[in-house]
Design a protein around this ligand. Structure first.
Ligand SMILES: Nc1ncnc2c1ncn2[C@@H]1O[C@H](COP(=O)(O)OP(=O)(O)O)[C@@H](O)[C@H]1O
Ligand SMILES: [Mg+2]
Length: 272
């Protein structure tokens, strides 16, 4: 079935004054999404956030994956959230302001909320959080094209959508949907990231294309959107992420970190 046959289910719901005021203080809003789970959205969102911060930007990171909030795990964020004057104070980890639903519920508790409630939480994360003046706010979205994605897109007017995919066709099909959604939402800049592009064998040094390679770049050309770069598979990055240490901070010289740093520079150039 072609994407063109479907009409977008975009509900016209205006952001509150509180959201509008908060967004005005944030220079650039960027959303990270994908058609599929497990392709590396959170990994990309977290490492780009730190790559931006290392280059001197004031960065906010919004964990908008309400039912699978992984940002705290990957950034080492512990503890709950504070409030001040009726506003939520974001947590700060290594200089980045972070908000996640995981800071409000006990670990392992399932978050079984329907779409409208998830959207309501997103609105609170936008309008009732003391983000202050930021250069960039990155939203790590849930997989797919559901309610939260629409809410964020309508209420933050993002200037850029980053679509994360892995190189194999089943991931690319979903990345195509996500890219077409970004187009329908009229997000000005759309860029594709090919994650888990290849693995360097730790024993023989040979490059293994576990999921193929080059699919993301080809897809970007076909869809006439930016290609932001390839990110290799790095087992150390996975291990560090599991322990709350983003690889960009932990091993900035490694090929995977250099890929994120180059990508961040490309995004800054695009947003200028
Ligand atoms: N390039 C990579 N190299 C090694 N591990 C990766 C890479 N990208 C993602 N991972 C790991 O794959 C898993 C899924 O990534 P994640 O960022 O949580 O995906 P998503 O947010 O799309 O569900 C995580 O354990 C993460 O550490
Ligand atoms: Mg995730």
């Amino acid at each position: 079935m072609s994407d063109n046959k479907q009409q977008p289910t975009v509900h016209a719901q205006s952001p509150t004054k509180g959201i509008e005021d908060a967004m005005k203080r944030i220079k650039h809003r960027v959303v990270v999404f994908s058609g599929k789970g497990g392709v590396g959205k959170t990994t990309v969102a977290v490492n780009l956030a730190y790559a931006f911060a290392e280059s001197g930007l004031k960065v906010g990171l919004l964990d908008a994956d309400i039912t699978g909030p992984n940002v705290p795990q990957m950034t080492g964020l512990v503890g709950g959230l504070g409030t001040q004057g009726g506003m939520i104070v974001p947590s700060e980890v290594n200089g980045i302001k972070i908000i996640s639903i995981a800071s409000m519920v006990e670990g392992g508790t399932p978050i079984i909320w329907r779409g409208p409630l998830r959207s309501k939480v997103i609105d609170q994360f936008l309008g009732e959080v003391q983000w202050g003046d930021l250069d960039i706010l990155i939203a790590d979205l849930p997989p797919g094209t559901g309610d939260e994605v629409l809410t964020i897109a309508q209420h933050t007017s993002p200037e850029m959508a980053i679509v994360v995919t892995t190189p194999q066709e089943v991931a690319l099909i979903d990345a195509r949907r996500a890219t077409n959604m970004a187009k329908k939402l009229e997000i000005k800049n759309i860029g594709i990231v090919e994650n888990m592009s290849s693995l360097i064998c730790p024993h023989c040094g040979e490059q293994i294309d576990l999921f193929g390679s080059g699919g993301g770049e080809k897809e970007a050309k076909k869809l006439d959107v930016l290609f932001l770069g390839k990110v290799p598979i790095d087992p150390q990055a996975r291990a560090e992420a599991d322990n709350g240490r983003p690889i960009v901070l932990q091993s900035p010289q490694s090929p995977i970190s250099q890929a994120f740093i180059a990508m961040a520079a490309k995004i800054r150039e695009t947003l200028k």
